[in-house]
Design a protein around this ligand. Structure first.
Ligand SMILES: NC(=O)c1ccc[n+]([C@@H]2O[C@H](COP(=O)([O-])OP(=O)(O)OC[C@H]3O[C@@H](n4cnc5c(N)ncnc54)[C@H](O)[C@@H]3O)[C@@H](O)[C@H]2O)c1
Length: 245
């Protein structure tokens, strides 16, 4: 029996990168998956790929920055599968930009997706889990929630916010059987990292390579499943040694 047998997992940013790799692993562990993403083409194609493997998968196009759309996602997930046990709160964006040239609109957009959106999804997840009696939430922060870097002030501020949002929500719901932890990836080989930066980022990583999305998925499975049953409010840094420097 899989580690997530009969569980329903909702994954934002589920059409690509870390979210998609996690969906594949969750399905292999027996979960039904709800994939949420802005990218409809990728999302639908991935839903079809999982269904071809006989998995229960549902793609929903939605923007995590919209309160209405986030509420609707959970409604649709419950209609389809009856409940939501696990939420991988993972959708995010990132761009490198000098701070003195950063438009306020771009700052707002980054914080809106990477922090406000994470809150909106977590809030709806908690509402659903209070209804059913519990669950687990894994928020994707970043190693840049722990250390700074030049040229990513908005992203890093938002990710630091996710780390402390995770602690605060975890404390608030620890008594209600809802565990909330964060994943803090290092440089992972996904479409969010520009091709031309990959070599340089590998070179500044102690393990001298980028991480693979599959190596995040195993960490998310740990945080989402009973394997981490005594963990809440924690951040799991999986970064090839970067923040140990
Ligand atoms: N790849 C890395 O090096 C790295 C490092 C640290 C943290 N992260 C974080 O991991 C998470 C996943 O990123 P990834 O590397 O898999 O990148 P990715 O670009 O492959 O996946 C992100 C997905 O999120 C979706 N998305 C973006 N904004 C959205 C919105 N408003 N509503 C719904 N969906 C939206 C995108 O369409 C995309 O499919 C992000 O939160 C990212 O910040 C990535």
């Amino acid at each position: 029996m899989g580690k997530l047998q009969d569980k329903v997992a909702l994954i934002t940013g589920g059409a690509s990168g870390i979210g998609a790799a996690t969906a594949r692993l969750f399905v292999a562990e027996g979960a039904k998956v709800v994939l949420v993403d802005l990218n409809e083409d990728k999302g639908k194609a991935f839903e079809a790929e999982l269904k071809a493997l006989n998995a229960d998968a549902l793609f929903i196009k939605a923007n995590i920055t919209s309160e209405e759309e986030v509420a609707h996602i959970f409604k649709q997930a419950v209609e389809a599968f009856g409940k939501v046990d696990i939420v991988f709160n993972n959708a995010g964006i990132g761009r490198v930009h000098s701070s003195h040239d950063l438009d306020y609109a771009e700052w707002r957009n980054t914080v809106n997706v990477d922090l406000d959106g994470v809150f909106l999804v977590a809030r709806e997840a908690i509402r659903e889990m209070l209804r059913t009696g519990g669950g687990t939430i894994v928020n994707t922060a970043s190693m840049y929630g722990w250390v700074g870097s030049p040229g990513s002030a908005a992203y890093n501020a938002a990710k630091g916010g996710v780390v402390n949002l995770t602690r605060s929500l975890a404390l608030e719901y620890a008594g209600q059987n809802i565990r909330i932890n964060a994943l803090c990836p290092g440089f992972i080989d996904t479409p969010i990292i520009p091709e031309e930066s990959k070599q340089e980022l590998a070179a500044i990583t102690p393990m001298k390579r980028l991480g693979q999305a599959d190596e995040m998925a195993t960490a998310v499975l740990f945080l989402a499943s009973d394997d981490s049953s005594y963990m809440t409010g924690s951040s799991l840094i999986v970064d090839g040694g970067y923040t140990a420097q």
